[in-house]
Design a protein around this ligand. Structure first.
Ligand SMILES: [Zn+2]
Ligand SMILES: [Zn+2]
Length: 272
């Protein structure tokens, strides 16, 4: 799939296909983030069973294996952050292992069922976890039917971009940026990564309080996934978005915590 840009020699892309690549990238980054990460791994908001299944299927279009496999491994990342049992710690196992080595390794082929017992009770989710390639294949077919060969190339190229967009949070977000909170790991906050991943770049915030639906804790921390989840809430599709309690915002701050002034933060927290 990484060689798919070479296909442009035979299949030239027009502006509409470049737009399609962007749409497939940001659309699927939203679903992997809102669905796999903030819902299935962290239960940071609620929704009904039909919406839950829809979000699982849309998350799977990113082709990052099954929803239960992904969420279970991510829970283990938080449980053992940057300690030897962390599945993808750049500190323990090096940058490239954290970025993509672990996902290609035979060591992590199976779903860690003990870490995802709550959602594993659903037969539909267990089925999707096995046939995880179906939604991605369906989306690729749809792109081919709608746009012909350039649609398939756009699908392949955007899928690679979605891989690396997601993987940067496991690798770069533990290396570059600033830490606001004294967590037991190397997580960092980065505006650049937050823009690329629709809000996931506020990774130090997230490690400091992983149950929060918003990862940008303050109004200036752009978190598009959170804004879109608020919009879905207005439509009645999701509910009970969890926010960081006031004391979490100031707990374990490192120095000034890069906040402009401490008294101001209680007036402007992004707590909905
Ligand atoms: Zn992390
Ligand atoms: Zn997380």
């Amino acid at each position: 799939m990484h060689l798919s840009p070479l296909l442009m020699i035979w299949v030239p892309l027009e502006t509409k296909h470049i737009v399609l690549i962007f749409a497939l990238y940001f659309g699927r980054i939203f679903f992997i983030t809102a669905s796999y990460h903030r819902y299935f791994a962290h239960r940071s908001y609620k929704m009904g069973p039909r919406m839950e299944l829809t979000m699982a299927i849309l998350g799977m279009t990113s082709m990052q294996k099954g929803v239960l496999w992904w969420a279970a491994n991510h829970r283990l990342h938080h449980k053992h952050s940057d300690f030897p049992d962390d599945v993808h710690s750049p500190k323990q196992h090096g940058f490239w292992w954290a970025h993509m080595g672990w996902i290609l390794s035979k060591r992590h082929l199976d779903t860690e069922w003990d870490a995802i017992r709550d959602f594993a009770r659903s037969p539909a989710l267990r089925w999707l976890n096995v046939y995880h390639w179906v939604p991605g294949l369906a989306l690729g077919t749809l792109c081919g039917v709608a746009f012909g060969a350039p649609g398939v190339v756009a699908m392949l190229m955007s899928t690679v971009l979605v891989f690396h967009g997601t993987f940067t949070i496991n690798s770069l977000a533990h290396v570059i940026g600033r830490a606001r909170y004294a967590t037991a790991d190397t997580s960092r906050n980065s505006l650049a990564l937050a823009l690329l991943t629709l809000g996931e770049g506020w990774h130090n915030n997230h490690h400091a309080y992983q149950s929060s639906c918003n990862q940008g804790f303050f109004w200036w921390e752009i978190d598009i996934t959170y804004y879109l989840l608020r919009a879905l809430e207005k439509l009645g599709l999701v509910r009970d978005l969890r926010m960081p309690p006031e004391h979490v915002l100031t707990r374990k701050l490192i120095g000034s915590g890069d906040l402009p002034s401490k008294p101001g933060i209680s007036q402007r927290p992004n707590t909905g």
